[in-house]
Write a protein that binds this ligand. Sequence first.
Ligand code: NAD
Ligand code: DAU
Length: 352
Amino acid sequence: MVLVTGGAGFIGGNFILDWFDIGPSKQLANLDAITYAGNLATLESIHNNPNYKFYLGNITDKTLVTKILSKVKPRAIINFAAESHVDRSILGPTEFIQTNIVGTFNLLECAREYWNYLEEPKKSEFRFLQVSTDEVYGTIGPNDPPFTEKHPYEPNSPYSASKAASDHLARAWFHTYGLPVLTTNCSNNYGPYHFPEKLIPLCILNALNGKPLPIYGDGQQVRDWLFVKDHCSAIRTVLEKGQLGETYNIGGWNEKANIDVVKQICAILDELRPKSDGKSYAEQITFVKDRPGHDRRYAIDASKIERELGWKPVETFETGIRKTVQWYLDNPKWVEGVVSGSYRQWIVQQYA
Ligand code: NAD
Ligand code: DAU
C-alpha cells in the first residue's frame, strides 16, 4: 500500500493508472483536494477497483492526514500534490505557499509521527518521496552544462520558490529526524491527461479549435521534455532503489525551444487531422507578451539516476509528442469535460 497525494492531477493520475496496469493487486490510496487541476475523470477506469481508495481532502489538514495514515498504513508516501502552474503563481502566489510549503510541512510532520511508531521491518522500509521540479535550479545560459543534483537552488518564480522551500523541508526532515526521504527533480512533462493551461495541451486544443497558439516572447526559451510515463517509471525506480536522503534528477535528454515544440505539434496535426482549407495549423501561431521573470533555459543531466539506479527514458520527443497528439484526438470525452468545466460537477454529485 502506498499513499499518493495529488493523484487526480496530470502526473499523479498517470502514475496511478500505470501502477494498476503493472500490478493490479497492489494497493494504493489517493489523497487529493480536487482543485481546478484535479480531475477524477482521469481515474474513472479504476474508481471501483477494490485495491484503490480515494480520499477527498487537503494535505494541509493534519487531522485528516493522520487519520488516513493510521487507516491505510502505507509503506510509502509519494507527494505529487502541488499548485503547479507558473503563470498562476505570478497572478496569485498564496495557494502556492499554502499547498507547496505548508502542505509539504504538514505531510512531513504527519509522516514523521506515523513512522516513529512503526515497528521493524516496516520502519526501515518506509519511504517519503518528494516529487519536485528542475525549476528550483533557476535558469541557465545556452552553453551551460545541464543541471546536476549539485547545482545550487536559484528559483525565480513564486512557484519554483515554493517548490524549493518544500524540497528544503524534506531534506531537513531527513537530516534532522532521519525520516527516510527521497527527492526527485524532474523536467517538463507532457502526455495524456495534461490540463490545457500548459503549453503542449493548450496548443493542441487551440489548434483544433481554430484559436491562436500563444508563444511568449520570442519563443526561444528551452525546456527539456519528458513523456509522463517515463517520469512515472523513474519515480517507481527511485521508490524501490533510491538511496535515502538522495535527490535524483529526471529528464528526457530532449531540449527544445518552445517555438519548435509548437511547430512540431502543428506538423503532426497537419498530417493526422488536415484542415479542410489545406492550410497549416502553424498559421495560428501568435507571439504574445512574455511571462514576467521567464526562465530562459532548463536542461537536466539525468546521468545519476541512470548510473546508480539503471533508469533511462523510453520515449524520444518525436515518439512521445506523436502519442500525445493522438491521445488528445482519441479522447474527445475527457477533453470536452475539461474544456466545458463539467469535470468539476462529478465531485459535487459524489461528495455533496
Ligand atoms: P497538477 O497541477 O496537474 O496536479 C496537482 C494535483 O494536486 C491536483 O490533482 C490537485 O487537485 C492536487 N492538489 C493541489 N493542492 C492540493 C492540496 N492542498 N491538497 C491535496 N491535493 C492538492 O500537477 P502535475 O503537473 O501533475 O504535477 C505533480 C507534481 O509534479 C507537482 O509537485 C509538480 O511540482 C511536480 N512536477 C511537475 C512537472 C510538470 O511538468 N507537470 C514537472 C516536474 C515536477
Ligand atoms: O520544468 C518543470 C515544470 O514544467 C514544472 O515544475 C511545472 O509544474 C510545469 O507547469 C512546467 O512549467 P513551465 O512553465 O515550463 O510549463 P508551461 O507549459 O506553462 O510552459 C512551457 C513553456 O512554454 C514556458 O517557457 C512558457 C511557454 N508558454 C507557456 C504557455 C502556457 C508559452 O510560450 N505560451 C503559453 O501559452
